[in-house]
Design a binder for this molecule. Structure first.
Ligand code: PBG
Length: 307
């Protein structure tokens, strides 16, 4: 059902901007003024949830992601405007340092590593700023250990007891995030003291038991729902989490997975109107009650045509 989908949106600063992401046809980097129209269109199609990602200009990036909790941050201001205009939608944030970080990593880089514990206070500041801006649910995509409990406590202490947390519980170090990193220019930067990939904090694709362990931790630390990412190559992981936990399981049908299907359809090798709903159905069948997908609007339009 369209109301179980979450539509990911890329936000840039400025006005009058709508630039297509080349590797993700039909998806754009939007400035807020035009994004409001896109959200209206999606709402009219029956979509109720959105996850917002910012593309941050280089001049705002530093080693400690200070812009992520700056009062003038356009991403935070946009959230307030979106919730003002559409109070009924569920607006989800992205909690991670990579959009704001000169290194392009989700955590603080020091001594050639990503420093887990030193990253947590930064994530907490970012989370409080996002809750204050009006986000309904926060989405820690950073994968630092212990962050759910740390963020939950910081939110509660700041009075944001009703702000939810969607934990990226089983986020694999996947090859399928490429188009997203293109959209946000957020790939890890090359440099001598900078780890070249995210494998020290994202999970090993070979590992299934670790997903259960991570889920146990996120569950106990206070996650309101838990996500598996990517979705299609990890349907078994979605299934196992759904079998073992009594909170909703979400799956992120990531940029590369959508791009693959879109490219095959563009070539005439697959039929979009059949392959797209079958794909989303398989993710749902595996056990995901919530699906984040760049095809949210396409699915909602297809769904309408069925009646
Ligand atoms: C990083 C983040 C990524 C995605 C969402 N949040 C990419 C990464 O780990 O580099 C990918 C989503 C997608 O590919 O659609 N905080």
């Amino acid at each position: 059902m369209p109301d179980q989908l979450v539509y990911p949106l890329f936000l840039v600063d400025g006005t009058g901007i709508k630039i297509e992401v080349p590797s993700l046809p039909g998806n754009y980097r939007w400035s807020l003024d035009l994004l409001l129209g896109e959200i209206q269109e999606a709402v009219d199609l029956g979509i109720k949830s959105f996850i917002l990602f910012p593309a941050i200009p280089e001049e705002h990036k530093d080693k400690t992601a200070t812009y992520s909790y700056d009062e003038n941050n356009f991403y935070l201001k946009a959230a307030t405007k979106i919730k003002g205009r559409f109070p009924q939608v569920c607006l989800i944030s992205d909690v991670a340092m990579d959009p704001y970080n000169v290194d392009g990593h989700d955590g603080l880089v020091g001594e050639g590593k990503v420093l887990n514990d030193e990253t947590l206070p930064i994530l907490a500041k970012m989370s409080i700023a996002q809750a204050k801006a009006g986000f309904d649910v926060l989405g820690p995509s950073d994968m630092m250990d212990g962050r759910i409990a740390y963020i939950r406590q910081a939110l509660d202490e700041a009075g944001y007891v009703d702000t939810g947390i969607m934990a990226y519980t089983a986020k694999y170090a996947s090859a399928f995030y490429g188009p997203f990193r293109d959209a946000l220019d957020s790939a890890p930067v090359e440099g001598e003291d900078i780890p070249k990939d995210k494998k020290t904090y994202q999970m090993d694709p070979a590992n299934k038991k670790e997903a259960l362990r991570e889920a146990m931790l996120d569950y106990e630390e206070g996650a309101d729902f838990m996500m598996v990412k990517p979705a299609l190559n990890y349907l078994d992981v979605i299934h196992i989490l759904n079998e073992n936990f009594d909170i909703p399981i979400a799956a992120y049908h990531v940029s590369g997975e959508c791009a693959m299907l879109a490219a095959a359809c563009k070539n005439g090798w697959l039929e979009f109107d059949k392959a797209m709903p079958e794909t989303l159905l398989s993710i749902h069948r595996a056990g995901a009650q919530v699906i984040l997908t760049y095809f949210a609007k396409d699915y909602a339009k297809w769904f309408r045509r069925q009646f």
